[in-house]
Design a binder for this molecule. Structure first.
Ligand code: F0G
Length: 461
């Protein structure tokens, strides 16, 4: 291994067998799955890079903490252990668990929508966040910086907001119609790309000037803090904890899918800085949606595992290893000439399938076609972030065209070795060598909503 990648700061004491089924079996499984990787069974997948969400490995400290879970319905001691850690990290006054990120979204987002026709503005809404904005009767507006669309060229903070677009959107919609500004850190949809502290600070200054609430969608906030430490002038000598605290100081609300930087298999969080009225509304609303406010859909043991995982994810040795393993895969692909979103993001390598297979039109879903080839080649499962995910325009019923046709190779935390990632790179190189032969897909069944999960396809002739 080249020496410019950090070593894993752990050794392995429990393993889970995985198995590569034969090439003929994979072809058969692909047909049975209707050429949709979401329909493949886990046992038929060798290396699963569908998501980094809830797929990581817990430490022995977390497994030990599980045994301490207090399963009381109300006032569980596990809740108070979790609350203490979240308050220490965020500095916020109010904490509630939720069963996962979208659980936190469904509780908080409707409380911020005061009248019909409101909007949320984000660097980029994640799909469930967008869905909850729309379910609450509001619109989701994205104001990502233009650099994120320039895939091959380095920019340290491609996750940033475009500040002038943000201000313009506030003025165009009117500040009284903006329900909140959502900072997605890291910015998942554009490649797990970080948002700089300067950008976070300026976004929050603009929001405060217009008296708009700022919400950090911080599923991967620790990875974001690491990038700030590595890339942003003035932060090299600041600890990860200091960086994280500065970020939270600027904002008002924290929503988290704890399945990422909480290092747990299930869990979510709501933390509110000081708005007691908002907290009380959420406390009332969470009961019928997620559960009593001191468990929010989680078992006591889940809260204990999360309290430990949150601290582990802020450890600098862990973060260095984590970001490096993802960069390692990105570097192997770039060496082979495979186009990716560069620099490599925090949780995944995003392969530019639009550039790789220009013969496949957007509405024949190039990144799904490449993902399927990768499964056939090596039993590896990836996920499309492109026009299939975008769905159809609700009015014209036309396929929406995504700005980027990406295949996301998402790396679960502390789960695969660099040998596994070498194998992924080798398989993708073989797919790349035959890229001109790859055909697009057509629907045999198109699901009416969230079509990427359940639609079925066949290869185009
Ligand atoms: N926000 C962001 C930025 C996310 O990436 C996710 C989930 C959520 C919110 C929702 O959290 O899944 O716990 O309900 N992202 C996963 C992914 C599913 O694969 O990127 P959840």
């Amino acid at each position: 291994m080249p020496s410019n990648y950090s070593l894993p700061p752990f050794r392995i004491k429990m393993v889970e067998p995985i198995r590569l089924i034969s090439s003929q079996e994979r072809s058969q499984k692909m047909i049975e799955a209707g050429y949709n990787p979401f329909a493949l069974l886990s046992e038929d997948v060798f290396i699963d890079l569908l998501t980094d969400s809830g797929t990581g490995a817990m430490s022995h400290f977390q497994w030990a903490a599980l045994m301490m879970g207090d399963e009381a319905y109300a006032g569980s001691a596990s809740y108070f252990r979790l609350e203490r850690v979240v308050k220490e990290i965020t500095g916020y006054g109010f904490v509630m668990p939720a069963h996962q990120g979208r659980g936190a979204e469904q509780v908080v987002i409707p409380q911020l929508v005061r009248h019909p026709g409101m909007v949320f503005i984000s660097n980029m809404h994640f799909d469930t966040t967008r869905a909850h904005v729309e379910l609450a009767g509001a619109h989701a507006v994205d104001t990502a910086c233009p650099e994120c669309l320039d895939l091959p060229h380095f920019h340290p903070f491609k996750g940033n907001f475009d500040l002038s677009k943000l201000e313009k959107a506030i003025l165009d919609y009117g500040r009284e119609n903006v329900a909140g500004i959502i900072l997605t850190v890291t910015n998942n949809a554009v490649g797990g790309q970080p948002v700089s502290m300067e950008n976070i600070k300026k976004v929050c200054e603009i929001a405060h000037r217009f008296q708009i609430k700022t919400i950090i969608d911080g599923a991967r906030y620790a990875e974001n803090a690491f990038f700030i430490q590595q890339r942003e002038p003035g932060y090299q000598n600041r600890s990860i904890m200091e960086i994280v605290r500065e970020m939270f100081d600027y904002a008002d609300v924290f929503l988290m899918s704890a399945k990422k930087d909480g290092l747990v298999n299930i869990g979510g969080l709501i933390a509110i800085k000081e708005d007691r009225e908002l907290f009380q509304k959420c406390q009332t609303y969470i009961v019928p949606m997620e559960g009593f406010p001191t468990y929010g859909g989680l078992a006591g043991r889940d809260m204990d595992a999360l309290a430990v995982g949150l601290k582990e994810a802020l450890d600098i040795d862990y973060l260095r290893y984590r970001i490096d393993e993802v960069r390692y895969l990105g570097d192997r692909l770039r060496e082979a000439g495979i186009p990716i979103q560069y620099p490599t993001g925090g949780h995944a390598v995003f392969v530019d399938c639009g550039a790789m297979c220009p013969q496949i039109p957007y509405d024949e879903f190039p990144a799904v076609a490449v993902s399927n080839e990768l499964y056939l080649e090596g039993g590896i499962r990836a996920v499309e972030i492109g026009s299939l995910l975008m769905g159809r325009d609700p009015e014209t019923r036309k396929n929406r065209k995504s700005d980027m046709e990406l295949m996301r190779l998402t790396i679960p935390r502390r789960t695969y070795t660099l040998q596994h990632l070498d194998y992924v790179a080798e398989c993708l190189k073989k797919v790349y060598d035959r890229r001109q032969e790859i055909r697009g897909l057509e629907f045999t069944y198109e699901a009416p909503v969230l079509r990427h999960f359940t639609s079925r396809f066949r290869p185009k002739n």
